[in-house]
Structure formats: structure tokens, C-alpha cells
Ligand binder design. Structure first.
Ligand SMILES: [Zn+2]
Length: 287
């Protein structure tokens, strides 16, 4: 749906499955919400069902996924659900989750896109006001760089660098204007990638417990062990993660140039933009 009005879902929809990092069975319910709600996560398993607004200042951790929290309640791995909501231009939604992580689906945003289609969209009688820039904003860390330039829509160029010199991977580059059709056809189905060698280490840290051949592209020592959906699926997934992380700002219009993006750097960019636009006050913490 293309409109200059804010949108929400027509009806609640529910999906269950195993979560990527905790490995726990989880259920999410996407519920309609009124204008100016934004995307709000709700931990329905906790006393009082606390809300955590998906905002740059509520990011509390970015190790392997984006974690938001408020008053001790956290939700991790919000990015693929957030990407589906932004990709399909859902402005207002309550995302209920019965634990600290939503289901992984197939490691991409495809199942969340299907879920949103099942709900259907409707317009609300309040205009959408995109977040726009009047000057470049950029962040960098090591060899990773993100630049956001003023633009009249969301357009992302994303480089996945084959820094390990993996024989089955290449430096990859993708670039898309983000609209619902492009998101659904070119981006949503790109899955998380996982290097087999790293999986044991991640599991020692209590991560990737639900990661397997059904929820990720698994990359072995010298070959890719999962048939790819796109030759450049790793770069497309990095772009998908960016769409999800940038959704912390709401409906951002900007041209993004990303080299080796990470959740840490993506969310730092959202915080920097929010600061620049006066959406957050003061410098809370350096992430
Ligand atoms: Zn991801």
C-alpha cells in the first residue's frame, strides 16, 4: 500500500516458532495500533506486560543482533520483524512477544512479510511524516562505515566484504530503493549467514542456540552448505538488517551507504541521526 497516510494492521496475527539465539519456542502477535504509536514491543510473559518502544535510545545491546530494553525488560533480535514492518510501510504496530526473542522464521524476514499480508493493512486518518535529514550523518568503527545523506526516499547501498577471504564468497554489493515491492521481491527472503566455525563459540556464549540449516545460510570451511536464494544473499541480508535497524527512527528518508554494516554501527547511526534531529536529548552512552 502506498499512501502519505500512516498505516496499521487490519487485524491481529500470530506466529510461533523457535527463536534464533535462545533456541526457545516463541510466539509473537502483531496488533493494530493507533496513529503516532510507532512500533512498540510488549513482553506479555512479564508482570504488567511492559512496553518497549522501538527507538534508538532503547537499544541496550548489539552483540549478534539488536536488543532493545526499558526498565529491565528486553527483547532481542528485533531486526527482522522491524525490517518487515518498515519494508511493507507499517507505521504503527504492537508486537507482543512471550519471551525475550521472537521466532526466527527461516532466518529472513519472509515469514514476517507473509504474516503482515495475512493481517492486511489499513490507512489511519493522520499523515505520515517521514524523518528527513538536512545534512550528512556518518559513523565509523575500524573498517566499517555508514553514511546517511539527505534524500527523498529510503535508498540503501550495502557492501558485504569477504574479509575472511572465504573461497566460496566474494566482495558483494547491493543497492535498492526501499519500497514494499522491492522489499518483498529482492530483500525479505535473504537469510542470516552463519560460519560453521563460529557456531560452537557462539553457543558457548549462549547465542545461536536455535541456529541451524533451517534458520540460516551455513558457511563451511571451504563451501556454502546451504543452497542460496540469491548469489549475493549475504549482502542482501546485511541490507535487510539495516532496514530493520533504521526502522528505530520510524519512516526514515535518506540515502544510506554502508560498508561492512553491523548492528552496533547501524544503531549508532540511528542514535546519531536522532541526536542531530533533536529526537533524543543529551548523549546517553557511547555504544
Ligand atoms: Zn539479520
Amino acid at each position: 500500500m502506498h499512501s502519505s497516510y500512516q498505516t496499521t494492521l487490519l487485524q491481529p496475527v500470530t506466529m510461533s516458532g523457535v527463536a534464533l539465539h535462545t533456541g526457545c519456542e516463541a510466539t509473537i502477535t502483531l496488533r493494530p495500533a493507533g496513529p503516532e504509536t510507532g512500533i512498540v514491543w510488549r513482553r506479555v510473559d512479564l508482570p504488567g506486560a511492559p512496553d518497549i518502544a522501538a527507538l534508538p535510545q532503547n537499544v541496550v545491546n548489539t552483540q549478534r543482533c539488536t536488543v532493545i530494553g526499558k526498565g529491565g525488560a528486553v527483547v532481542r533480535t528485533v531486526e527482522h520483524v522491524m525490517a518487515a514492518l518498515r519494508g511493507l510501510e507499517v507505521d504503527n504496530c504492537i508486537v507482543e512477544v512471550d519471551g525475550e526473542e521472537p521466532p526466527a522464521g527461516d532466518g529472513s524476514a519472509a515469514e514476517f512479510v507473509a504474516l503482515i499480508h495475512r493481517a492486511g493493512l489499513c490507512s489511519l486518518p493522520v499523515p505520515r511524516s517521514p524523518v528527513t535529514l538536512d545534512a550528512p550523518v556518518f559513523v565509523e568503527e575500524g573498517r566499517s562505515q555508514l553514511v546517511a545523506l539527505p534524500h527523498d526516499r529510503l535508498s540503501i547501498s550495502c557492501v558485504f566484504a569477504n574479509d575472511r577471504n572465504h573461497p566460496a564468497l566474494t566482495h558483494q554489493w547491493v543497492e535498492f530503493d526501499i519500497d514494499p515491492h522491492t522489499f518483498e521481491d529482492e530483500i525479505a527472503a535473504a537469510r542470516t549467514i552463519g560460519f560453521l566455525q563460529e557456531i560452537e563459540e557462539l553457543r558457548r556464549q549462549g547465542l545461536a542456540l536455535g541456529g541451524n540449516f533451517d534458520t540460516a545460510v551455513v558457511i563451511g570451511e571451504d563451501r556454502i552448505l546451504t543452497p542460496l536464494r540469491f548469489p549475493d544473499e549475504p549482502a542482501r541480508h546485511k541490507l535487510l538488517d539495516l532496514v530493520g535497524d533504521l526502522a528505530l527512527l520510524g519512516h526514515l528518508h535518506a540515502r544510506i551507504i554502508a560498508v561492512r554494516p553491523s548492528h552496533r554501527l547501524n544503531t549508532r547511526l540511528t542514535y546519531r541521526i536522532a541526536e542531530q534531529l533533536g529526537l533524543v536529548s543529551g548523549y546517553i552512552q557511547s555504544r
